[in-house]
Design a protein around this ligand. Structure first.
Ligand code: COA
Length: 315
């Protein structure tokens, strides 16, 4: 397939490091040095579906196709207000599409998993035009008293429209179950048959375990793509890594011996927006005129599961 349109949407509320240091025992310096984040957007008056729909409409507009022409909608999402129906169904109705749709919980790797799924459907001959929307509100998952977690995340939505083409050169997905390093449990309705207590705990994260997994997985995934396609690290024009921590991105760049300029970032403004992070970055680069036709892009993401994934594509 090939990407022909991108879109993104952000909550209005900007939460700076300084604002957080008024809430928990942290500082702008600690957050900046350890993560690269300066501020993030947090949902206040919006609903996540509004952001998802806005990003979807912008991507369709940018692609120059109508919602009627879509054959499939994939929405990557971890939590939103609806357990059911799927967020993709809400988006489908709002934009006026008639195609099937599915939600995918791939945590921070949702966009890459969605790309892989779209490519597989395309190769099977089932679809031509696919809309991917990644919409996340981690601010509703975490504890705003937990300084080790609340400083890291932000909310947002990113979208991409794909159609027939041969620009996706390779995708690679992996999973290595580790359910104690990064997780959150739902609060479920009480049942007379369940004897264990209900769980309503915020997101739990063992930061250093996640950091090591993320850097190693990203490097392994990118090298896998290069081996498979015959391209070298130098051939890649831009590396779009999941915007979780600037130090993870720098580590990957150093090991691959690639200059910083090849690793665009926007983590400073948005923090970690989970699966939305790569499509938001892609949209910024696309609309900013920073992607040239034929540029080779390596996308790489990692997150709760653990799961990771990468994609090599020509712009
Ligand atoms: N402000 C100030 N101090 C903080 C803090 C904060 N927001 N959060 C933690 N600390 C403290 C810790 O309590 C600890 O104090 P101690 O030494 O007195 O015990 C100290 O800072 C160091 O904590 P540590 O966890 O060792 O820091 P770190 O260098 O590993 O950085 C992360 C923490 C979370 C930034 C880092 O581990 C990380 O980025 N991990 C990956 C997270 C991630 O990307 N998750 C999503 C993946 S999709």
């Amino acid at each position: 397939m090939k990407i022909i349109g991108t879109g993104s949407s952000h909550p209005k509320k900007v939460v700076t490091n300084q604002m957080l240091s008024d809430m928990v025992d942290t500082s702008d310096e600690w957050i900046t040095v350890r993560t690269g984040i300066k501020e993030r957007r947090i949902i206040s008056e919006e609903n996540l579906e509004d952001l998802a729909i806005d990003a979807a409409r912008k991507a369709l507009d940018n692609a120059g196709i109508s919602a009627i022409d879509l054959d499939f909608i994939i929405c990557a999402n971890v939590v939103n207000e609806f357990i059911t129906p799927a967020l993709s169904c809400i988006i489908q109705g709002a934009i006026g599409a008639h195609c099937p749709c599915i939600d995918l919980n791939g945590a921070c790797v949702g966009f890459i998993y969605a790309l892989d799924l779209a490519e597989a459907y395309y190769r099977s001959g089932k679809v031509k035009n696919v809309l991917i929307v990644c919409a996340e509100e981690p601010s509703r998952m975490l504890s705003w008293q937990d300084r080790s977690v609340c400083v890291l995340f932000g909310d947002g939505a990113g979208a991409a429209v794909l159609t027939a083409g041969d620009n996706v050169k390779a995708t690679h997905l992996s999973a290595a179950s580790s359910t104690t390093s990064l997780y959150q449990k739902h609060e479920l309705q009480p049942s007379p048959f369940v004897t264990k207590p209900n769980s309503n705990l915020p997101l739990v994260m063992r930061g250093q375990d996640v950091f090591k997994f993320a850097a190693n997985a990203s490097l392994a995934d990118i090298k896998f793509l290069l081996n498979e396609t015959g391209y070298t690290a130098d051939d890649v024009d831009k590396y779009l890594l999941h915007q979780a921590n600037i130090r993870i991105i720098e580590t990957v760049g150093e090991v691959l011996k690639q200059p910083k300029e090849k690793f665009p970032t926007n983590i400073q403004k948005y923090g970690n927006t989970s699966s939305a992070s790569i499509p938001i970055l892609l949209d910024e680069l696309n609309r900013g005129g920073e992607l040239k036709k034929g540029d080779l892009l390596a996308l790489s993401a990692f997150g709760a599961g653990f799961v990771s994934g990468s994609c090599l594509l020509k712009w």
